[in-house]
Design a protein around this ligand. Sequence first.
Ligand code: CTP
Ligand code: MG
Length: 388
Amino acid sequence: MADTWAFVLAAAGSGNRLGGTPKQFRLLGGRPLWEWSARVADGLYRRGMIAEIVGIFPRGLLPQAPSWLAGPFSAVSGGDTRSESVLNGIEATGADYVLIHDAARPFLSERICRELIEQTAGTRGAAPLLPSVDSLKNLKDGRMLPMSRDGVMRTQTPQAFHREELILALGESESGSTDEASLWLSSGREMAAVSGDERNFKITTEFDWQVAQSFAGGAADRRVGFGFDVHELVPGRDLVLGGLKIDSPLGLLGHSDADIVCHAISDALLGACGLGDIGTLFPAADERYRDADSTALLAEVLGLLDSGGWKAVWVDVTLVAQIPRLGGIIPAIMDNMSRRFGAHSLEGKLSIKVKSGEGVGSVGRGECMNVHAVATVERCLLTGTCEI
Ligand code: CTP
Ligand code: MG
């Protein structure tokens, strides 16, 4: 049987150096600090990498499981020292292996967790390390002594261990270790290193808290995309714009339903995320897309965005059409678009405007329609999703 893993979140400290409310319960971006790590752990659960989450909290302050959590969650009381806290946490799970993480490090990445799991084997643990960038000195009784930086590494969490072996190691050690890797290594046990991440810093001081706040507030990857489409106006075809069939003697010619509004929006969104274009995703040569409902194609595009962690922020569309006159039906097109796409709804995120062709050029002569669309999208740089 495959090894099972538990994510054990150490959140039982008192946060003396930061002061005020214990830091794990302070709100960061509207969420208690500890939930940031729980959110990443829940992502690991959803991907089948861990089986459960155990949170260790101060006695009498055990929180409820957040409603968004998909996996099993239990909250246990910590102790006066970190080692006591961690022991309580790992005794509350039956998993073979554990990832022990500081709740004071909200910006951990799934990449680190995955590499730790890969590097842990038998009774060899694993921890993320980062090189020391500053030059080092040893200050003893006011006397400064040189110290080599060579090979000196800073240790982060999560740290990965064989659970029963860690119980033994904790029992053998004197309490006072600031992390489990230290006591593990002091006892002669082995550990593998994975690359740490500067973003995975520990919030200890007021300055760290301020950095975390600006990080949490402004860490979105925001982009802009542009989409354009043109279709010929011909007799004997339906005119479908934004999923709405419009009464018109002329319709747009195309392999699909030729809904240029949906096409331009799709291309703007895909372009913003660097995901290609609808011509490549839904080729005209493919019989599946003959007379296809373009709102269904746009729904697929919105699903693709979602799986990449992107969400649409705003879409602005300009339709250029001489005939038929469309001004009066724009609200109906907007309304129709707003009621579609379920969880990926564009309601409140869409603007559609119309221009005539001023009687000039191919649009002005009523030979075709054009649509231009601009879309902005964003995704959270820290967690890879915008949900938090
Ligand atoms: N921790 C714990 N149990 C303890 C002490 C610490 O679970 N008895 C946890 C903290 O909640 C924190 C992590 O260990 O997530 C790292 O410790 P640290 O940054 O030192 O947090 P605090 O001990 O809370 O802060 P301080 O040392 O400033 O009081
Ligand atoms: Mg402490």
